[in-house]
Design a protein around this ligand. Structure first.
Ligand code: DUT
Ligand code: MG
Length: 241
């Protein structure tokens, strides 16, 4: 049941190369249904946390649990059905917009597709296109703005109706119209699911139930926006920047 998805890191240490530790002793537990943000400077290890949640890699030490199940023991197909990622670099396949959202997945019913288009607001720009959902786009996303690509990626993630949504927000500037649309959509997109967001948008960070502040592969602070501002530490420095 998607209402009950929890994410838990237990003393996780990880790196890509044996000589370089990227995550050091990371522990946190996201209760079901909450939205947590991860912030920190470039290279801090934010995307690496995301990579472990999706089980693209296994930790060197410690464990990652989804819904109480150690990811090493989880069924990959089950995982793929429960967890959706909006990656930092959105990929677009050559084909129609519809195919780019459904990716041919069986669980993406017409109903889920409509839901995803309306909740994300992607439907608004798609409907303005002469061929709508049947508009063809190039593999590099030719014909779409960076913001529109992001909206498609959001709709794609949502169309599988995931219990856990992982968002690695793009740092690259999206056009202001799409940016506004994404800002408006995100709370609705996350409602009723657990979300982990590598956040650059202040609106996302402010609203998070908890913020993990990362620095050099460690969690150096955590708390709500208000708590962290009060603390006047690393987070307060990032926000003022
Ligand atoms: N790293 C690798 N191989 C990879 C990905 C990352 O060696 O495939 C290194 C680069 C960096 C560290 O891991 O020293 C953490 O990278 P990560 O991508 O997790 O950092 P980030 O916090 O997501 O940075 P950004 O804000 O630039 O996305
Ligand atoms: Mg990253």
């Amino acid at each position: 049941d998607k209402e009950h998805l929890t994410v838990c890191f237990e003393k996780v240490t990880f790196g890509y190369l044996p000589s370089e530790t990227v995550l050091q002793d990371i522990s946190f537990a996201i209760p079901a249904g909450e939205t947590w943000a991860v912030v920190g400077p470039t290279g801090a290890g934010k995307t690496s946390v995301v990579n472990l949640v999706l089980r693209l890699y296994d930790p060197w030490q410690g464990r990652v649990f989804l819904d109480g199940v150690d990811l090493r023991r989880a069924d990959p197909l089950d995982l793929a059905a429960k967890v959706a990622l909006v990656p930092q670099e959105v990929f677009i396949k050559s084909g129609t917009i519809k195919h780019n959202i459904t990716l041919g997945r069986e669980r993406v019913t017409e109903e889920n597709l409509d839901m995803a288009l309306s909740v994300t607001g992607a439907g608004e720009f798609v409907n303005r296109l002469e061929k709508g959902l049947h508009t063809k786009v190039g593999s590099g996303g030719q014909g779409l703005s960076a913001g529109q690509r992001q909206l498609i990626a959001l709709a794609r993630a949502l169309a599988g109706d995931p219990g856990l949504l992982v968002l690695d927000e793009a740092t690259s500037a999206v056009d202001p119209v799409s940016e506004k649309q994404i800002q408006r959509a995100l709370p609705k997109v996350m409602q009723g699911r657990t979300s982990l967001v590598v956040a650059h948008r202040l609106s996302t960070v402010r609203r998070a139930d908890n913020i993990l502040v990362m620095k050099k592969g460690r969690i150096c602070e955590q708390g709500t926006h208000a708590e962290l501002l009060k603390k006047n530490g690393v987070y307060a420095g990032l926000v003022r920047h």
